[in-house]
Design a protein around this ligand. Sequence first.
Ligand SMILES: Cc1cc2nc3c(=O)[nH]c(=O)nc-3n(C[C@H](O)[C@H](O)[C@H](O)COP(=O)(O)OP(=O)(O)OC[C@H]3O[C@@H](n4cnc5c(N)ncnc54)[C@H](O)[C@@H]3O)c2cc1C
Length: 483
Amino acid sequence: MAGAHPTVTDGSPDTSRRVSFWLDDLVVRGLDDLRPRAALTSNARFDVCLIGGGLTALWTAYSLAKRDPTLRIAVLEREFAGFGASGRNGGWCSALFPQSATSIEREHGFDQAQAMRRAMIDTVDEVGRVTALEQIDCDYVKGGTVLFARNRPQRELAAAEVDEARRFGVDALEYWEERAVGSRFGATGLDGTAPAAVYDPDCARVQPAKLVRGLARVVESLGVSVFERTEVVGWSAGRVQFRALDGSGAEGTVSSSHVIVATEGYGAKLPRVRRRILPLYSLMIATEPLPDEVWSEIGIEHGQTFSDYRHLLVYGQRTADNRFAFGGRGASYHWGSAMNPAYERVDSVFTHLHTALRDLFPAVGDARVTHRWGGPLGVARDWNATASYNPKTGVGFAGAYVGDGLSTTNLAGRTMADLVQGVESDLTGLPWVNHRSPLWEPEPLRFLGANLGVLGMQFADAEERATGRPSLVARAIGRLTGH
Ligand SMILES: Cc1cc2nc3c(=O)[nH]c(=O)nc-3n(C[C@H](O)[C@H](O)[C@H](O)COP(=O)(O)OP(=O)(O)OC[C@H]3O[C@@H](n4cnc5c(N)ncnc54)[C@H](O)[C@@H]3O)c2cc1C
């Protein structure tokens, strides 16, 4: 089983800085000291035991505790709540889902694909509703997302996305012509022409650490027991084995009717789920705050997120304090699904991100990059996310959101609450529920496949820049990645 993790928080002042700008910002502003809550140090009995202290576990705990305050619910987190992807992400609370609607339609039919789109769009508003209700101040502003289409192949992808959305009739995507984009945004094209763009109103900008840390406090106030520095080392129906990482050396067992695994990318280190999930690192940078006149030139408003239609994904937002937070893929997959804090800091990827940001918005100029960080996404073999539960064993699993988990975790939490309580609902009828992805291949195939995917995306972007035509490589990879 996994040994002690090298980044277990030691209470040193730079713990937050190591993890993400978002967590660091909470500490710097005196909003949170990230001091770990108490570990679990003796055997215990709960009704529901959640493994992991990210948004999946916390939204599940929230839904269950709200519906039935008598339930005894525990969250067991190895580090501190929000340590994982939930405290590090790009802050896009979007209606995106790893599998495209067309891909869901191929497997489950039109109505199911449409229902999934509807559920995701509703979820963006649901996160806004609950955070307002519970007074979680997480800078939630629903300003939509602007997806720039910067050359001919990107414009074709943009038009195809709008067509797909029209066919399903749920997403309210708008195609913005070059002139409209040029008059509002200081974004560049790649072929000497001004970019066009797709505008998707169903996306909110959040400060992710404020969301996950605030949610942890709310569930505690509802009576949920949140144990930190408590590592789960195994589970089976009705039982979870743990060890405390607080120096006490305590170990024990939680007896629980329901056991929900919510460890996302970190599941790659847990023997029972390691072939189900592949950890793929996404990295981010944040700039110093930019003056208002620079933002006027750039055109991105508060609450707005942005990206473009390149294949090797990038994503960004304007933070509440006027920085760019900008991230992307490109980090390699490591042999045997190895995980290490060093993989969250890859200089070549940080340099690529900085260059890509300045290339998209030249007005960024020499603005200083103040923070660099990264974290693991969880990827299933068929790029399908799932919320699954076996009523016979009481064991459930939710995750594999790739880079679309911020809002999807909320849908997972509400769905998991229905599954645990045996309630049949619109949510439990959605096509991702109880989806079983194939297992990842053993090495060396996994290593080859995952890294060829990353390289293939880089190649596809270079090919499109050079030829001005849609990449054939990208099309081939697209079918393997849920599109
Ligand atoms: C850099 C980055 C940018 C992203 N940007 C976006 C975005 O803009 N929008 C979006 O929708 N999604 C984004 N994502 C994805 C999104 O953040 C995740 O899908 C989501 O946060 C997953 O939440 P989770 O609770 O399932 O997992 P996590 O937040 O990763 O939580 C898992 C927790 O399990 C704990 N754990 C692991 N092993 C054990 C164990 N043995 N015992 C106890 N605890 C354990 C970990 O410490 C961790 O806290 C991004 C992810 C990254 C890394």
